[in-house]
Write a protein that binds this ligand. Structure first.
Ligand code: B12
Ligand code: SF4
Ligand code: SF4
Length: 232
């Protein structure tokens, strides 16, 4: 398969919206890769996301111009923003919220060597639990930047594991994240602390504390997760 060089200005195009490339990889010849921009199997994928609240000022400005009843605004912003960038760089944009779900976390594990924390969220050695994926760019050919990294797994070195002991719904254990128990708590009227300030288990993690989402973003994600109306 022909190798192509990652467009030099992709990083700048993403940064203009508070986004960044979150690693990538070249699909194996014998794996069923999703379709690239031409409809043929893609050669490589580059994940697009953010760490901390870098997207929030961009998203908030965009949201201020949208109708008040717009459903799933962050997904709409992601589609509009990353879709336009994909067009400029001859890539096909795909999104973590599209069904059937694409394996974004498996891709991220492959791209950056990340592993899941007890919360189910992948932990990054620098950003901790404060990062997410907003889309991915599927390229026709291999791209130079799509090289897997191998990062250390912070949870292996975390002796006290404070994330396991603070959830008021006992939803977090070393075995699994019990999202039904979490949601029941959030919707019970007793979940004010998590709904207002963010997931207490996520906040208990000392890794990447400087990248914690700001208050507005925490509240937006928690209310979206719980299916509650989002204030503007
Ligand atoms: C469905 C879903 C959920 C379900 C989980 C149901 C389940 N047991 O799978 C629910 C609604 C509970 C959920 C919750 C959350 N989620 Co979620 N979720 C997804 C989604 C849309 C699809 C998962 C999937 O089925 N993928 C398809 C399979 C084939 O892909 P995969 O990579 O192999 O799947 C892995 C995950 O399913 C993971 N997994 C399994 N169980 C759980 C449980 C949880 C809670 C999580 C986070 C992951 C997880 O293990 C799989 C194997 O590696 C993904 C996006 C995506 N497309 O992957 C986001 C995603 C996994 N979620 C994410 C996040 C951030 C959250 C929340 C923190 C949201 C929030 N509040 O802000 C919460 C966590 C709970 C909390 N209290 O804070 C991020 C994780 C980012 C990261 N750093 O790893 C993702 C990648 C979305 C994104 N935009 O980045 N989520
Ligand atoms: S508190 Fe420790 S075990 Fe829990 S997510 Fe953070 S590093 Fe991992
Ligand atoms: S949001 Fe609250 S109830 Fe849900 S896992 Fe986090 S600490 Fe537990």
């Amino acid at each position: 398969m022909a190798a192509a060089t990652m467009p030099e200005n992709l990083a700048d195009a993403l940064a203009a919206h508070g986004l960044m490339a979150r690693g990538g990889f070249v699909f194996d010849d014998d794996e069923a890769a999703p379709a690239g921009p031409s409809g043929a199997a893609a050669g490589a994928v580059v994940l697009v996301g953010h760490a901390g609240s870098t997207i929030w000022p961009h998203f908030s400005r965009w949201l201020a111009d949208q109708p008040a009843n717009l459903a799933d605004p962050l997904d709409c912003w992601s589609r509009e923003t990353i879709g336009a960038i994909a067009g400029r760089f001859t890539a096909r944009a795909v999104f973590p919220f599209e069904k059937p779900f694409l394996p974004f976390q498996r891709w991220a594990m492959r791209a950056e060597g990340l592993k899941p924390s007890p919360l189910g969220i992948l932990i990054h050695p620098e950003y901790g639990l404060w990062h997410a994926y907003r889309g991915a760019l599927l390229f026709e050919t291999q791209v130079a930047e799509a090289r897997p990294h191998a990062l250390s797994h912070a949870c292996d070195a975390c002796a006290e594991k404070p994330c396991l002991f603070v959830c008021p719904a006992d939803a977090v254990s070393s075995v699994r994240h019990d999202h039904a128990a979490c949601l029941a708590h959030l919707r019970s009227g007793r979940g004010g602390a998590c709904m207002g300030g963010g997931c207490l288990a996520r906040l208990a993690c000392p890794v990447g504390a400087g990248w914690r989402y700001d208050d507005a973003q925490q509240t937006f994600h928690m209310r979206t997760f719980a299916g509650a109306p989002v204030d503007r």
